[in-house]
Design a protein around this ligand. Structure first.
Ligand code: FAD
Length: 415
């Protein structure tokens, strides 16, 4: 019989692992959350904060493939593949290409819609429970196109959104200017999704979650996990500086883009690749926009973060080891200055993070087949913030079964 309060180690304190640790702890599990860094300093540090429940279209859409060669020749393009990584990227790229078949796109969209369901309400409730309601902004997302032809290129994605009940309002130039007066005249067509939301400081959100988890009696361990191994029906964690290792009844691998390395020695093979993304933040310039604005033709998200205007984007398939390529961040800064007023002369900071991406854009969440007690929660790609709470609910439900009585001092609210 399963223990009422099983011991669980969660590897990775990004938004996904921290959400899982909190959900499990609130349901009474004895949880240890391990990360080599402080919570929230992986990919979850610098994302664009969009809670995009309407993003049901996977990245591999039929039109994407035909546009790839042109993108690779354009130095300002949202996609970049460093030549040193071409061969290593090839197997993943072939899987990505196969995922663009219509039947697979439809299947991926259905699974994404299921995972996104309730995300907006869950994040709103969570920010309130954590005492940081100011981080949740529900003013919609405005997607911009230079003209109707550019919008038509994204037609497949908009039709899928509509099929799942997300209605966008189409705006002309005046409609765009009424919502966002600082956007350049280059953009004449807007698609406004009024229901979507934004987290205005993704790092502070994870930190608030980690603090709530610690207050509820959860343990945080700062250490690099070298190895995970099954020992006598339990999971032994070999962390740096800990020769004996620690054992747990369950292990949840939520190590973002690094999950593949931890899982491969256990025979769990994931087609997981890092899509390196960048942001440039114009310090103190958050008032330039009043909601998430997407320059859809550039695949650039512009967000009024607490500390400044964050301009995020770029897909660079270049692996986990290479240092950030500052030229990619410079492209984002240039695009921002070309398309928004009031950015000249403002100090910027830059950042790069590894999105954990599956070829079909669908995260891997649940028990590892044939490995009792081992759980996987990764592959959230471009939507890990959006799907973090849904993922946590799913893992807690599957790992713990029916809701258990929580120990004294642990809140009953679910994550
Ligand atoms: C530019 C950009 C913009 C984005 N915008 C959005 C957005 O608007 N909305 C959205 O929903 N998503 C967005 N995303 C995606 C989102 O940020 C990711 O999907 C999400 O952060 C993944 O979370 P994670 O917890 O899986 O990974 P991470 O945050 O990377 O966490 C993994 C953790 O595991 C730890 N770890 C790994 N290996 C080990 C080990 N061996 N031992 C110990 N610790 C280990 C790491 O230190 C890290 O802290 C964006 C991403 C980027 C790059």
């Amino acid at each position: 019989m399963a223990a009422a309060h099983p011991s669980v180690v969660v590897i990775g304190a990004g938004i996904v692992g921290t959400s899982i640790a909190l959900a499990l702890r609130r349901r009474g599990a004895e949880v240890t959350l391990v990360d080599r860094e402080a919570p929230g300093h992986g990919c979850s540090f610098g994302n664009s904060g969009a809670v995009s429940a309407a993003s049901v279209a996977p990245l591999a859409m039929p039109g994407v493939l035909s546009s790839v060669p042109g993108m690779l020749l354009d130095s300002e393009s949202p996609l970049y593949l460093p030549p040193r990584y071409w061969l290593r990227a090839l197997p993943w790229l072939l899987r990505f290409a196969a995922s663009a078949r219509p039947a697979r796109v439809a299947a991926a969209a259905a699974r994404l819609a299921r995972l996104h369901a309730g995300a907006l309400q869950a994040h709103e409730a969570m920010t309130r429970e954590l005492g940081v309601p100011e981080l949740f902004l529900k003013r919609g997302h405005l997607h911009l196109y230079p003209d109707a032809a550019a919008l038509a290129k994204d037609g497949g994605g908009w039709r899928l959104r509509e099929a799942y009940g997300f209605q966008a309002q189409r705006l002309d130039r005046d409609g765009i200017a009424a919502l966002e007066p600082n956007v350049s005249a280059r953009y004449t067509v807007g698609m406004f999704l009024a229901d979507q939301a934004t987290i205005l400081n993704p790092l502070r959100y994870v930190q608030a979650m980690a603090a709530a988890y610690a207050r509820a009696g959860g343990r945080v361990l700062r250490s690099h996990v070298a190895r995970l191994a099954p020992v006598s029906g339990q999971w032994r964690l070999q962390a740096a500086g800990d020769a004996d290792g620690m054992t747990f009844e369950h292990a949840v691998v939520a190590a973002g883009a690094w999950s593949r390395q931890l899982l491969a020695p256990l025979g769990v093979r994931l087609a997981l690749e890092s899509q390196r993304g960048y942001h440039v933040q114009f310090q103190g310039a958050r008032e330039v926009v009043s909601r998430t604005v997407v320059l859809a033709d550039r695949k650039v998200f512009v967000t009024p973060m607490e500390e400044g205007l964050r301009v995020g984007g770029t897909v660079e398939i270049g692996g986990l080891e290479a240092p950030p390529d500052e030229r990619r961040a410079a492209v984002l800064a240039r695009i921002a200055r070309q398309n928004f007023r009031h950015l000249d002369g403002i100090a910027t900071t830059t950042w790069m993070g590894h999105r954990p991406c599956m070829p079909d854009s669908v995260p891997v969440v649940g028990p590892a087949p044939g490995r009792p007690g081992l759980w996987v929660a990764t592959g959230h790609g471009h939507l890990g913030l959006t799907d973090s709470l849904g993922t946590a609910q799913q893992i807690a439900r599957e790992l713990l079964g029916a809701p258990a009585a929580a120990p004294a001092g642990v809140q009953h609210a679910s994550a």
